[in-house]
Write a protein that binds this ligand. Structure first.
Ligand code: IMP
Length: 477
């Protein structure tokens, strides 16, 4: 017997007279077609650079027209700042949908969760009068970050085999994902509610104490106490219990029932572990390719992908950054854009817009349209530059290099455009912007090959221009 339609609607099937010749067959087919027509597929918001593209602001705006906001990868390494009226919210793991009362927030199994951090975030929001209860769902499949992951992140001294620093956020993200793939020493949120939790912690701590002591070159590592960890995480688990659920089943049902899903990417596509600037990446699929694997919702439920970019470039941590301006201009961008990490407060490296990199990530993430953020930061400059190609060993290249050594040797080929002297924070229409700013937006759109739908000229909700640009993408860098 199939389950009732309300919990598990039949999958839509193509009309096929040979398969469905009977009246019953037609009924099933008709019902499937109705389910398909009712289903409003989802929207994805993906960062196309190295993170910190101000995705949180866009997600906050789009949340108003969605039912469910989904965070599907990464961990407390990410940070969003969202400004609502005179209130500023700094969110890390909880989707920014939590600021909108009708919205269900879902953190899926592709995320790595540090229970003390998520509880601190919940407490911080509750203290400011926001309700965080059933509206926050956490996947029982999400892998849990333990103190040994954080100790490993530190003991590895943050460096690659060549001794170069990755500049991780030191939140235990990489070691937790490594254990997930390694399987034998991993614990998921659902495991914290099983009788075996205590003995598994004891077993893992024994192995980890040996491993971390061996890696720790500073010899300062204090062995971890399994009973203390068990007690602390059991307390956290009790407090988190009302939020824990099978989010995959929930989201599949919601998608099939036509609920409007909004997928919120963390970090940016160039930090994707498979497609980014490896090894200077994070440990999850932070580009659009990560949505189905991280959430359990197949791509057919997604019909709109918005690529979010800054009007310039930034990067935190190590790794090549061809358009970096390690000079007074970079400092000016840092100051005007307040380019300091939300989570770590580290100063971000700043540079000109890189159209080679973003055209690559827009294609990789299947982007339909663009949101260009922080355009106001470029005001007052005499000229603005865009990197349209790289020179690598005397060859002109417009495909983003797959190997970090090639990217390291890439010399950007810049195109210069006039800047605009006036501040634009108060402008609300595309037509209000100075001609030079409009030309800059058009050129970015042309180089990336995607139309611009949103332009942000300040951190607040109302400092947004709904561009609905009619420009036909040309698509040639
Ligand atoms: P991890 O994710 O902490 O392992 O750090 C790996 C790399 O990703 C480092 O270069 C971090 O600076 C970078 N990173 C991680 N999360 C973010 C983010 O939210 N914004 C920008 N960079 C990030």
């Amino acid at each position: 017997m199939p389950p009732p339609a309300a919990t598990c609607p039949p999958a839509p099937r193509p009309l096929n007279l040979r398969v469905w010749p009977s009246l019953d067959g037609w009924r099933v087919t008709l019902k499937a077609l109705i389910v398909e027509a009712r289903a409003v597929p989802g929207t994805c918001v993906i960062g196309l650079q190295w993170g910190d593209e101000a995705k949180g602001k866009l997600v906050d705006l789009l949340t108003l027209e969605h039912d469910i906001v989904v965070r599907y990868q990464g961990g407390a390494n990410a940070g969003h700042t969202v400004v609502v009226g005179d209130q500023k919210y700094k969110l890390s793991l909880i989707p920014s949908g939590i600021l909108t009362s009708h919205v269900q927030c879902v953190v899926t199994g592709g995320v790595v969760l540090h229970p003390p951090s998520i509880l601190a975030e919940i407490d911080g929001l509750s203290a400011r009068g926001l309700s965080v209860g059933k509206n926050l769902m956490l996947s029982d499949r999400a892998h849990v970050i333990f103190p040994w992951h954080i100790a490993e992140d530190r003991a590895l001294n943050d460096s690659t085999a060549d001794g170069e620093s990755l500049g991780t956020t030191q939140r235990g993200i990489g070691p937790c994902y490594r254990d997930k793939v390694g399987r034998s020493l991993a614990l998921r949120l659902g495991d914290l509610y099983r009788d075996t939790f205590r003995s598994r912690v004891a077993h893992i701590v024994q192995a980890k104490n040996r491993a971390i002591a061996a890696m720790d070159s500073s010899d300062t590592f204090e062995p971890l106490n399994p009973e203390e960890i068990y007690a602390e995480y059991s307390r956290c688990a009790e407090r988190l219990r009302p939020h824990v659920a099978d989010t995959t089943a929930y989201l599949l049902n919601a998608a099939e029932q036509g609920k409007r899903l909004l997928f919120e990417g963390a970090q940016g596509s160039l930090l994707d572990v498979d497609h980014g600037t490896f090894p200077f990446v994070t440990s999850s699929n932070s580009s659009g390719v990560g949505v189905p694997s991280g959430s359990g919702v197949p791509g057919k439920h997604i019909n709109r992908t918005i690529g979010v970019i800054k009007a310039y470039s930034t990067r935190v941590g190590g790794g090549p950054f061809p358009t970096e301006q390690d000079n007074p201009l970079g400092q000016l961008l840092r100051d005007r854009g307040n380019e300091y990490g939300t989570v770590t407060r580290r100063p971000r490296r700043c540079g000109w817009f890189d159209a080679v990199a973003v055209r690559y990530t827009a294609r990789l993430s299947g982007v339909d349209e663009l949101a260009i953020m922080l355009l106001d930061v470029l005001s007052t400059l005499d000229e603005v530059q865009i990197c349209t190609a790289y020179e690598i060993d005397g060859r002109r290249v417009t495909d983003f290099p797959s190997h970090v050594d090639d990217l390291r040797r890439a010399v950007p080929v810049f195109e210069s455009m006039p800047g605009w002297p006036e501040e634009i924070n108060q402008m609300r229409q595309l037509g209000d912007l100075p001609q030079a700013a409009r030309d800059y937006l058009d050129r970015l759109s042309e180089l990336i090959g995607r139309p611009v739908s949103y332009v942000s000229v300040g951190p607040e909700r109302q400092q947004t221009i709904f561009a609905q640009q009619k420009l036909k993408p040309v698509g040639a860098v």
